[in-house]
Design a protein around this ligand. Structure first.
Ligand SMILES: NC(=O)c1ccc[n+]([C@@H]2O[C@H](COP(=O)([O-])OP(=O)(O)OC[C@H]3O[C@@H](n4cnc5c(N)ncnc54)[C@H](O)[C@@H]3O)[C@@H](O)[C@H]2O)c1
Length: 254
């Protein structure tokens, strides 16, 4: 069987942990060269070395995705090393106390911090890869939003709003760059067990509540989301742009 991302070059932000890590591994298994773009040097280097030892092609590049200059540096480095960029997965994200605070408890500084990573970074990354994707006749950009970018919940103001922005940013970019064969889609994970949700999913009451809300009766695994990202990255979705793929065990079907 042919590999689904054979000879592609992919950048995965937040690629060292959780959903990003699963995406990095699956992309590599499917033949892509992978750029692990993350703040976490320890985890990023360990994953890079493991993939390379197993005959893959990975590089870790440290980046704060909210920093414009660091995006320029990262893209320069990737072009120098591998000459092109086919796929960008804007996956790095923040939740935590800043994201989960209700409206009256949200400070302007918390709001801006969450937006910088969950929304602004998506624009910065998309903007800087577009000319390179145009150079190779197209590309695929996948923005990791959330079901909380579509529906509300009892906690969270900045998280909901920043993930909603990721959703409609994707649609705008899809319309603007379809002519260049650059596809832009968003993916909306439901409750998934990762380091981000470890604390919250360890609280029995919250875990049970979330399980009860999920018709398929289990919380998500990082791979459940990564396979959706793989579909949107691969040429199998070559007529899919501006769409939102919900992967949530049915939670938003209520
Ligand atoms: N886990 C869930 O239930 C869930 C649900 C919906 C959406 N999401 C979204 O999925 C994405 C991945 O989340 P996860 O659960 O795998 O989280 P995670 O915490 O396991 O991984 C996030 C990664 O992003 C990196 N990162 C954070 N800020 C960064 C920055 N400024 N620059 C570079 N890297 C940065 C972290 O170092 C980490 O490696 C996020 O956008 C999150 O909002 C997660």
């Amino acid at each position: 069987m042919s590999l689904r991302l054979k000879d592609k070059v992919s950048i995965i932000t937040g690629g060292a942990s959780g959903i990003g890590e699963a995406t990095t591994r699956i992309f590599s298994d499917e033949g892509s060269k992978v750029v692990i773009a993350d703040l976490d040097t320890d985890k990023g280097k360990i994953l890079q070395d493991e993939i390379n030892l197993n005959n893959g092609n990975a590089i870790f590049i440290k980046i704060n995705v909210a920093n414009e200059k660091e995006w320029d540096q990262l893209v320069d480095e990737v072009i120098k090393k591998w000459g092109k960029i086919d796929i960008l997965v804007n996956n790095a994200g923040l939740s935590g106390a800043k994201g989960r605070a209700v409206v009256e408890e949200t400070t302007l500084s918390n709001w801006n911090d969450v937006f910088a990573v969950n929304s602004t970074a998506i624009m910065l990354g998309t903007r800087v890869v577009i000319p390179h994707m145009r150079n190779v006749g197209g590309g695929s950009i996948i923005n990791v939003s959330s079901i909380f970018g579509i529906v509300g919940s009892p906690g969270g103001a900045a998280y909901h709003a920043s993930k909603g922005a990721a959703r409609t940013f994707s649609k705008g970019a899809a319309v603007q760059y379809g002519k260049d064969n650059i596809r832009v889609n968003s993916i909306h994970p439901g409750f998934t067990d990762t380091p981000m949700t470890l604390d919250i999913h360890s609280q029995k009451e919250i875990r049970d509540y979330r399980l009860n809300m999920t018709p398929l009766g289990r919380l998500g695994l990082p791979e459940d989301i990564a396979y959706g990202i793989l579909y949107l990255a691969s040429d199998e979705s070559s007529w899919v742009t501006g769409t939102e793929l919900i992967v949530d065990g049915g939670e938003t079907a209520w």
